[in-house]
Design a binder for this molecule. Structure first.
Ligand code: FES
Ligand SMILES: [Fe+2]
Length: 488
């Protein structure tokens, strides 16, 4: 990244685009489409030109104009739970380290020694006695970033070296909802304004209390936006996860000719795009939590709902956990009181159990319960999928130089009972995406498609992807916000 330097237009226009003009029906350009941009980069009225996913120059533009200026999640707080704990965050060729200072606050610094440039940290660890020591010549700082020691100090700057010359360079940093957000740009939009459209959802869902259960990092052979957009809609569920939507899958894959599209449970989802590129989808009153249980082949509603949720436990070990389904099954032979519903009874036992164990839970309002099984997307690259005091969190980061690669992280989180031990979060690197022991079924299905998508996007026979006006609207909204960063 090169900070805020203006990117010369001539350089942008000089790129060579693959010829993708042969006989293709074209979507209309958005009204504000920039005529100076390569046509392969345009966000359209109902689609996206594929250069945005495959062109190395577009990736570079993102590194020049998006990542140096946008608020971004650098860590979860439980990566640095104790004083002097640190972790390193990398985006492109830039890195910062985050440290928990003595007063409990989190500070972020550019990861570079002001002497001769050594990166001060790698990965995560703890600064013994709060000393940040450069491994090259041993210069030292405290966790406030103040220099404490320079060997042969008198030899520098004519003997007048002062702290300001060699203090660590801070990066803007805010803790919210259990995330540490950073922004490289000292003149960036205030964090409060950036997060305002989704603040209420994240607070009511109690995402700030979610603690690490497991966390994996997966190298993916696809552009970071391709990877992210696989999780921006439920439109893919019948084909990608046929076990979750058997009726629809039977139709799609030809086992039956009866299409009941409007009844597919993943069709009954609302999408909402917010200012600053954030978004959400949610089932609202259509969630099982509000009594809408899909009975498909079952006679007992508890079994029907529990078997459905069990697919999520077995397929993700996140968002819905085994203890939740076990609690649901305790309702099997109990009558549902007059005026209640199975969903309401499930909520009741979940919250009663949480109360006994003093475990924080989401606010039990219809609005918040309607978000369970949905998603909140934080621009530009984090998604939160909440459930009963649990949340699955995704973060996706571009490869530093290759538009066809990214890193996808999955965090399974949950709130903890008061008495539970708080463990420091540690990432588990996944070496083989196809290995069922390393990646659970549902994310393996989602992520397994990405290589084929990225490969297809390079075809000379595709100029743009088409986006559904309802189900894929968050994708379009994300690209519009991305364009704002790239063009301003
Ligand atoms: S490079 Fe860090 S002390 Fe010399
Ligand atoms: Fe999926």
């Amino acid at each position: 990244m090169t900070g805020k330097a203006e990117r010369p237009r001539t350089q942008v226009n000089a790129m060579t685009q693959p010829d993708k003009t042969a006989n293709l029906k074209s979507l209309t350009r958005a009204k504000d489409a920039d005529p100076d941009w390569p046509s392969g980069w345009h966000t359209l009225e109902g689609g996206i030109r594929v250069g945005r996913y495959i062109d190395p120059k577009f990736l570079q533009l993102e590194f020049d104009r998006l990542w140096p200026r946008v608020w971004q999640v650098a860590a979860r707080v439980d990566e640095i739970p104790a004083v002097n704990d640190f972790t390193t965050y990398e985006i492109g060729d830039q890195a910062v380290f985050l440290v928990r200072a003595e007063d409990g606050t989190v500070r972020a610094f550019h990861n570079v020694c002001p002497h001769r440039g050594t990166a001060l940290t790698e990965g995560a660890g703890t600064f013994a006695h709060g000393n940040i020591i450069c491994p090259f010549h041993g210069w030292r700082w405290n966790t406030q970033g103040d220099n404490q020691y320079v060997l042969a100090r008198e030899e520098f700057h004519g003997g007048k070296l002062c702290n300001a010359d060699v203090a660590l360079k801070p990066v803007r940093c805010e803790v919210f909802a259990g995330f540490v957000f950073i922004n490289f740009d000292p003149d960036c939009i205030p964090f409060e304004a950036y997060i305002a459209p989704i603040r209420g959802f994240l607070e009511d869902l109690n995402i700030g209390e979610m603690r690490h259960y497991w966390w994996k990092s997966i190298p993916i052979p696809a552009n970071w936006k391709v990877a992210q957009e696989a999780f921006f809609e439920t439109y893919h569920v019948p084909a990608t996860h046929p076990q979750l939507e058997t009726g629809a899958a039977d139709f799609i894959f030809g086992a039956t000719m009866e299409e009941e599209y409007a009844n597919f449970s993943h069709h009954r989802v609302d999408y909402e795009a917010f200012e600053h590129g954030h978004g959400r989808f949610y089932a609202g009153a259509n969630t099982p939590m509000q009594g809408k249980v899909n009975m498909e082949g079952q006679t007992n509603p508890v079994d029907a709902m529990a078997d459905r949720l069990q697919l999520l436990v077995d397929g993700m070990d996140a968002q819905v956990l085994q203890a939740d389904v076990d609690l649901l099954r305790t309702l099997r032979d109990k009558p549902i009181p007059e005026g209640s519903s199975l969903g309401a009874e499930y909520i009741r036992v979940l919250y009663a159990d949480a109360a006994v164990r003093q475990r924080p839970m989401p606010k039990p309002t219809p609005e918040t319960l309607g978000m369970w099984g949905g998603e909140v997307a934080i621009f530009p690259n984090v998604m939160i999928l909440p459930q009963a005091g649990n949340a699955m969190i995704y973060r996706v980061r571009p490869h530093a130089t290759d538009p066809d690669r990214c890193t996808f992280e999955i965090y399974s989180t949950r709130t903890l009972p008061a008495a539970a031990e708080r463990e420091r979060a540690e990432v588990i690197p996944v070496t083989d995406l196809a290995d069922p022991d390393q990646v659970y079924q549902i994310p393996r299905q989602d992520l397994g498609n990405l290589k084929r998508i990225q490969k297809g996007l390079h075809s000379r026979a595709i100029r743009q992807v088409w986006l559904a006006s309802h189900h894929e609207k968050l994708i379009l909204a994300m690209h519009r916000e991305l364009d704002r960063y790239l063009k301003e």
